[in-house]
Design a protein around this ligand. Structure first.
Ligand SMILES: C[S@@+](CC[C@H](N)C(=O)[O-])C[C@H]1O[C@@H](n2cnc3c(N)ncnc32)[C@H](O)[C@@H]1O
Length: 386
């Protein structure tokens, strides 16, 4: 089944909502801010567009979606003030899968518009916000209509669990696991990496069709260090997930068959894999590549302080994992076990944290259409005008 039919974060503003539990992702947006500002400034300086079309892909719901928007509008406004030029109008598309809580972002958008009008007055750059449901693994916009794409903490989601995981006669190839781990067969790792390769290539091709010449993209998403296994890798979270679920299976709270048939539609690539897909797909030139690490617990900002309250950290981590994963897990395992599962998961995460300070590894890539594609598109435009 394609995940676009059911994947979404927890909507609304409740205690378990993504809106209230997305500090980890908010911190990543701030980490990427200088790259976004630089890319936007380059586009403006080179093209001085009258209309600036921007899209945030995988925006989810809650304040992070508007954070990206405010970063870009502020940056364009300041730049044009400095250049003493007539300001462009910004069309901002917020994209996510159809089951995303778009009502939440529409309401926040109205409030944000009013606040900006009050605080910045009428001379601030004009901007228009639209929600755009659909999968970014395919075309979302007309040809050559967008100047800048941003996406944060989204591209590690695959379009589907790799087909071959069902194995022969539908016997699960990944029995007892939900992702890859140290013991996974090379076949399994290959299935995941090929699914990512297919998805990411489609993503690149689609964006290359949609981008206006001179436009660009800044993408950040979860990855893994070259040494595939580190203390904070997503595979460690898998281990803790399984430990929690297996206990619940042994207590008769979860059916073993349910656990065996569950696989997570996610893949955290290394930077080398990402670079090689970009090169092979051929539409984009990689301008810059960076990585950063962030503590699993976003409220723990220390680098090497190991005295933090592990129980509290375990709860903090389980809270954002719930905001991200509950709809997916509940659709497979049932909503009734969610409270119990996440409170046990928090305890297992806390005990893992006594072994060290686990971290997420995030990739940032800055891309522009590659010269060949730019030339080809220019030729196509000339031919179509003629
Ligand atoms: C962890 S959230 C990140 C949200 C936001 N960018 C942030 O930084 O807070 C990942 C989002 O990606 C969306 N997503 C996953 N696969 C997608 C796809 N194929 N097309 C569009 N959105 C997708 C999910 O629905 C989810 O809202």
């Amino acid at each position: 089944m394609k995940i676009e039919e059911f994947l979404h974060m927890v909507g609304g503003y409740g205690e378990t909502s993504y809106a209230k539990n997305s500090k980890l992702q908010e911190m990543a947006i701030f980490e990427v801010k200088p790259f976004v500002e630089k890319a936007v400034a380059e586009i403006c300086n080179t093209l001085l567009p009258e209309k600036f079309v921007v899209a945030d892909l995988g925006c989810s719901s809650g304040p992070n979606a508007l954070l990206v928007l405010s970063m870009i509008t502020n940056s364009v406004d300041e730049l044009y003030e400095r250049l003493n030029q007539h300001k462009p109008e910004i069309q901002f598309f917020l994209n996510d899968l159809p089951s995303n809580d778009f009502n939440n972002i529409f309401q926040l958008s109205m409030l944000y518009h009013e606040r900006v009008k009050q605080e910045k007055g009428n001379t601030f750059v004009s901007f228009y916000i639209a929600g755009l449901p659909g999968s970014f693994y395919g075309r979302l916009f007309p040809l050559k209509s967008v100047l800048f794409f941003h996406s944060s903490y989204s591209l590690m989601w695959l379009s589907q669990v790799p087909e071959g995981l069902k194995g022969e006669n539908c016997a699960p190839l990944n029995k007892g696991n939900i992702y890859m781990n140290e013991e996974s067969s090379s076949t399994l790792s290959q299935l995941y990496s090929e699914q990512f390769k297919r998805d990411f290539s489609i993503f690149l091709k689609s964006r290359s069709d949609e981008l206006i010449l001179g436009g660009g993209m800044v993408l950040s998403f979860l990855g893994r260090t070259n040494a595939s296994f580190n203390i904070g890798g997503i595979m460690h979270l898998e281990g803790l997930f399984l430990k929690t679920m297996n206990t619940m299976v042994s207590e008769g709270l979860v059916e073993e068959a349910k656990l065996n048939s569950f696989n997570i539609p996610m893949y955290t690539p290394s930077m080398e894999e990402v670079k090689s897909i970009i090169e092979m797909e051929g539409s984009f030139h990689l301008i810059q590549a960076h990585t950063f690490e962030s503590n699993w617990d976003p409220f723990d900002e220390s680098i090497d302080d190991f005295t933090v309250d592990k129980d509290l950290s375990g709860k903090n981590v389980a809270k954002y994992l719930r905001a991200v994963g509950e709809p997916l897990l509940a659709s497979h395992f049932g909503t009734e076990i969610m409270n119990d599962f996440f409170s046990r998961f928090a305890k297992n995460i806390a005990s893992h944290m006594s072994e060290g300070k686990p971290k997420h590894f995030v990739l940032i890539i800055i891309l522009k259409l590659n010269d060949e594609v730019t030339k080809r598109n220019a030729m196509e435009s000339i031919v179509s005008v003629a």
